[in-house]
Design a protein around this ligand. Structure first.
Ligand SMILES: [Mg+2]
Length: 183
């Protein structure tokens, strides 16, 4: 049986915060970069409310999705290589109105996948069927138990989270990572 590798979308496949920050800087006439976002709750370090922050996120996906870069340049090849021997799943928690743009983004960036799962409530990602999850949100990883594997995708906002298995780029997700999963 093929193993299922599940990818989070935001900040694991799509480097959405790069575009979010571009729009934030335009709107608030500031010059922050992604490295400034060192906490998960952006509204705690930037002069923006939580609602405004989510609203900007929605705006970016709806109107600026073409500007959202992938987290790695050669993402199509990386995913295609992994897909030879594994199932590629995308599990993403989001608001329904951004879904059409997610499909467009994945198509434009030539990311192949076997299934995609949209979560609209607070149901835990750990409850879904996968062998390996790659996510940048610590709260999605903490309750994942062996034999499932949880890999944290490094981003400035998760640096302080103590987690043994991390990658900086999808390039690091080589066959060794997959082989470590002895299920
Ligand atoms: Mg994410």
């Amino acid at each position: 049986m093929k193993k299922t590798i599940a990818f989070d979308l935001d900040s694991v496949l799509a480097d959405v915060m790069v575009t979010w920050i571009e729009e934030f800087n335009k709107k608030y006439d500031s010059k922050i970069t992604k490295t400034h976002i060192t906490v998960w709750d952006i509204h705690k370090i930037l002069p923006i409310t939580e609602i405004e922050s989510y609203s900007l996120f929605r705006y970016v996906w709806k109107y600026k999705w073409q500007k959202i870069p992938p987290t790695t340049e050669n993402i199509p090849d990386i995913i295609r290589n992994l897909k030879v021997e594994n199932r590629i799943s995308i599990i993403t928690r989001r608001e329904k109105e951004t879904i059409p743009y997610v499909y467009e983004w994945l198509k434009t960036n030539e990311i192949e996948y076997d299934d995609i799962l949209f979560i609209f409530d607070n149901f835990k990602k750990s409850m879904y069927p996968f062998h390996i999850l790659i996510d940048d949100n610590p709260s999605n990883l903490i309750d994942i138990k062996s034999p499932k594997i949880a890999i944290l995708f490094n981003q400035p906002w998760n640096k302080n989270f103590n987690w043994p298995r991390r990658i900086d780029s999808l390039i690091d997700l080589n066959k060794n990572d997959i082989a470590l999963n002895d299920i």
